[in-house]
Design a protein around this ligand. Structure first.
Ligand code: SF4
Length: 375
């Protein structure tokens, strides 16, 4: 079982963000929120669903393989709040010996003291947003500048090692974005090259195209590379990463051997995921649940939706996930629209490799369209 904890606060607002994040919430609001979360874990209402899923397990004999603190900046909570959440989970669930605990964080929160405290809380993986090392761009998107990023990565280099009672170093993942304003062609590749040569402890890279996930202000189109170039940049980065020992295990995610993110893989494999907090989703035995995305309904403990996935729904979701990850086995793609698949193969959008249907790198940004056409 995997666990996801949604923290809807941010240290500050990024200019391109379209999410409901609460950078303006004060410490009292955050404490109310943490207290409610802890109560939610203790009195977990979905116990019935877990027990139906694991009928032979005694109450809460559930093993967690990973905990992922995500959306948006979990480290906007203080360390005693994080400790309270993790300790509550420890009391409620059993932890695998090598449980992976990931904190998404911003460069701003990297300090020697925090690194030590997080390690003591069993956090063993950090996911950090770098986005770019171009200072004009960082200023435009309201993020810390390159000098601060380098200083904080140097801090990690010095202080990521084990502390007393914790025998593992922190594992580090960095995010980059293609198509930011002011960033020239090949610049993202050069940034990645600079970082992974200087910081050889980085073992996971996430690489996104801005347009796919965020609002894109019109004026940025004139300040960035053209649409035809960002795919070149993606392919260039992918080649460089693969040549440097990072395998692509999903269109946007690259990892050294043994460092793929467990939570990501659980999501794409349809593994059981429980989650807590506002706007979080969980998935148990072909049923998906979600909390509302506003505090009032969340505090009233309303479940926003519950969806039982039919075999057909599950198959279609798997097609989507598998095309993003390992490709589609013959037994799967034979059940899809053959005409469309043959057409896309002729047009060189799709290809067959090792008996699997895969997406060609030139067309990664068309994946949603291609999936819609072939299913
Ligand atoms: S850190 Fe993420 S969620 Fe928070 S403002 Fe920036 S883009 Fe939005």
């Amino acid at each position: 079982m995997y666990c996801y904890i949604h923290i809807p606060f941010c240290q500050s607002r990024c200019r391109y963000c379209r999410f409901s994040t609460f950078s303006w919430k004060n410490d009292i609001d955050k404490q109310i929120y943490v207290d409610f979360l802890v109560k939610e874990i203790v009195e977990y209402k979905n116990l019935d669903a877990i027990q139906r899923r694991f009928p032979s397990a005694r109450e809460w004999q559930i093993l967690l393989k990973s905990i992922y603190f995500w959306w948006w900046t979990p480290t906007s909570l203080n360390n005693s709040q994080l400790e309270k959440i993790i300790n509550t989970l420890k009391n409620k669930f059993w932890f695998e010996n090598d449980i992976e605990i990931t904190l998404e964080t911003t460069i701003i929160n990297i300090t020697k003291e925090n690194l030590i405290e997080w390690k003591k809380l069993w956090v063993n993986r950090l996911s950090l947003w770098i986005q770019t090392l171009n200072n004009d761009s960082l200023k435009e998107i309201w993020r810390p500048n390159k000098e601060e990023i380098i200083e904080k990565l140097d801090t990690i280099k010095r202080d990521r090692r084990p502390v007393s009672g914790v025998n593992k170093s922190l594992s580090i993942s960095l995010d980059f974005i293609i198509w930011l304003p002011y960033v020239k062609i090949w610049e993202v590749r050069k940034d990645i090259q600079f970082i992974i040569k200087k910081y050889d402890f980085v073992n996971h890279i996430s690489l996104y195209v801005l347009e796919e996930y965020y609002d894109y202000p019109k004026k940025w189109q004139e300040l960035s590379i053209g649409e035809d170039e960002y795919l070149e940049e993606y392919k260039n980065c992918k080649k460089y990463l693969e040549d440097s020992g990072f395998s692509r295990y999903e269109l946007s995610n690259f990892a050294k051997q043994w460092f793929e993110c467990l939570h990501n893989k659980a999501y794409w494999d349809h593994s059981d995921i429980i989650s807590f907090w506002l706007w979080s989703h969980w998935y148990l035995n072909q049923t998906r649940y979600a909390y509302p995305n506003n505090f009032k309904d969340y505090y009233a403990w309303i479940i926003d939706y519950k969806e039982d996935l039919s075999e057909k729904d599950l198959f279609l979701e798997n097609v989507m996930f598998w095309l993003r990850t390992n490709g589609l086995e013959k037994i799967v793609y034979q059940k899809l629209n053959k005409e469309k698949i043959n057409y896309f193969i002729e047009q060189k959008l799709l290809d067959i490799e090792d008996n699997k249907l895969i997406l060609k790198d030139d067309w990664v940004t068309l994946i949603d369209y291609i999936i819609k056409e072939i299913i």
